[in-house]
Design a binder for this molecule. Structure first.
Ligand code: ADP
Length: 498
């Protein structure tokens, strides 16, 4: 009986292989971190060959641990860090350069030039994105322009580009498949999300030969078989989705208006907007949620830079505690924030304020303020920022968002999740499976091979705990007013250069 799905979660810091059974239960996982390279300030790279080596290791690791019998795995799904750019030689399989990671800012100046030239409108209309170094297009161009001989080889059709999903699949199939799915393609800044194809005008703007690009597939489909790994030989690769979209599906946000937020280092909120690509008036991103069969689901996405990172900073920078979970114990030592409001704009303010000149600020400190108040204010600040994105999404979409589904490391903190429910006035539902990303792509792969139908998935998905708003309206209003006031005062702190 083929009763397991194996998800590969190729993320920024590590690669995981996660096994689920046919009830969608988490069985086991194996994880390997990979090295982060910072060759210059603002540059971030990965070694793509190391990533594939680790992928093989974790796959073998999880299969061994779980004592799966031969033929027990029904399909493989792949979810990945989006935007990260790998270019390799089609003949030798060797990358021509390190992978340039989504966080890498080396092409920021070039992006500013494009904006000055007035290209943002064209790019946004076609791709749903804002011109930014974050997305793959300018990273590809950088490699073509800066690594010797690469542009000529690309023009001769000798090279292939992919995000890490394409890279892993190309290797798993010994170079047979050069593919990606619509969700990953929608983050390259080269893909027309309305027409669902690589856009020739954009390829022209970024000077990228089309022969580099992978074929774009649905997110759930039988693409081909694994050949490179003995234990998986002949198993279908049947699901691909970028990490945030996979989490949206893993949280079963399958109806219009359903929204999830993943609280990790940053917080990533994504709303299902059905078959409409909604253009944001507040600089949220429009993206593809998934494609199953012929049906395309669109999504709105907004992120908060400093989520769990603020707790990391209190731990490592301020040395308030040794482990992140202690933040909850400490915050529980006081009844409330004691009037302290923390704006964690340590790297500027994102949606909906967009002020790169803002810096972190703390207001309302008195002689009575302690570490506990400060920590409580920090946890609350994560929720205020998430709420700001939530309110923006409501405005852009006209949806009400009666429920927010949450996952990610920081949602272990009950005090924080309860505060989110209080401030947002919405039910906050924490999913039973913490690995929503891996579960989402397992669902997509399982659907393709007929292990599940959509109705089964609705039944399989379960919540761990539901948090309902319990703070009086008046108190909520005071909190929100204080937050707004504090944000206003933290804006425009550092001097502009020009
Ligand atoms: P990522 O995938 O971005 O590495 P994770 O989902 O593993 O993130 O979550 C880790 C983040 O969550 C860290 O930034 C950490 O500070 C924060 N975190 C973990 N546990 C808690 C907790 N109990 N309370 C608050 N923050 C936490």
């Amino acid at each position: 009986m083929c009763e397991y799905i194996l998800s590969i979660d190729q993320s920024t810091t590590s690669t995981k292989a996660v096994l689920f059974n046919s009830n969608g239960d988490f069985i086991n996982q194996s994880t390997e971190e990979h090295k982060q390279y910072f060759p210059n300030p603002g540059w971030v790279e990965h070694d793509a060959e190391e990533i594939y080596r680790k992928t093989k290791l974790v796959i073998s690791g999880v299969i061994k641990k779980s004592e799966i019998k031969e033929g027990g795995i029904a399909a493989v799904g792949i979810t990945n860090q989006r935007e990260t750019t790998v270019i390799w030689d089609r003949k030798t399989g060797k990358p021509v350069f390190h992978a340039i990671v989504w966080q890498d800012r080396r092409t920021s100046d070039y992006c500013s030039e494009l904006i000055k030239k007035g290209l943002e409108d064209t790019v946004t209309k076609k791709t749903g994105l804002l011109i930014d170094a974050y997305f793959s297009a300018t990273k590809i161009k950088w490699i073509l322009d800066n690594v010797e001989g690469v542009r000529e080889r690309a023009e001769k059709g000798e090279l292939a580009f992919g995000n890490t999903d394409s890279w892993v699949i190309w290797n798993l199939t010994n170079g047979k498949l050069h593919i990606t799915d619509v969700t990953n393609a929608s983050r390259t800044m080269l893909f027309n999300i309305h027409e669902l194809n690589w856009d020739h005008e954009l390829l022209e703007i970024f000077k990228i030969p089309e022969s580099l690009l992978p074929d774009v597939k649905a997110s759930s489909d039988i693409y081909g078989e694994v050949t490179d790994i003995e234990e998986l030989k002949g198993v279908s690769i049947a699901g691909i989705a970028g990490d945030q979209q996979a989490a949206l599906f893993g949280q079963m946000c399958t109806r219009e208006g359903m929204t999830k937020c993943t609280y990790g280092t940053g917080c990533f909120m994504v709303m299902n907007t059905g078959n409409k690509a909604i253009e944001s008036k507040n600089k949220l991103l429009t993206t593809i949620g998934w494609k199953i069969g012929d049906e395309v689901v669109y999504a709105l996405e907004g992120s908060v830079f400093m989520g769990g990172a603020i707790i990391q900073w209190l731990r490592d920078g301020m040395e308030f505690f040794k482990q992140a979970p202690e933040s909850e114990t400490l915050a529980n030592q006081v009844e409330d924030n004691g009037g302290v409001v923390f704006v964690p704009s340590l790297a500027g303010l994102g949606a909906p304020y967009w002020d790169p000149y803002a810096r972190g600020s703390v207001f309302g400190i008195t002689r009575g303020t302690t570490k506990a108040h400060f920590t409580r204010a920090a946890l609350e600040s994560i929720c205020f920022q998430v709420n700001d994105v939530l309110e923006t999404m409501k405005l852009d979409s006209g949806e009400k968002i009666p429920e927010l589904r949450v996952d990610g490391g920081a949602t272990a903190n009950n005090l924080m999740v309860q505060f989110q429910a209080n401030i947002s006035g919405t039910q906050v539902v924490r999913s039973a499976v913490a690995e929503s990303t891996a579960l989402g792509v397992a669902f997509l792969a399982g659907l393709a091979v007929g292990l599940w139908k959509m109705d089964d998935l609705q039944k399989i998905w379960q919540s761990d705990q539901i948090f309902t708003p319990e703070m009086e309206r008046e108190k909520v209003d005071i909190h929100k007013a204080q937050w707004k006031k504090a944000v206003e005062r933290s804006k425009n702190w550092i001097d502009k250069k020009d």
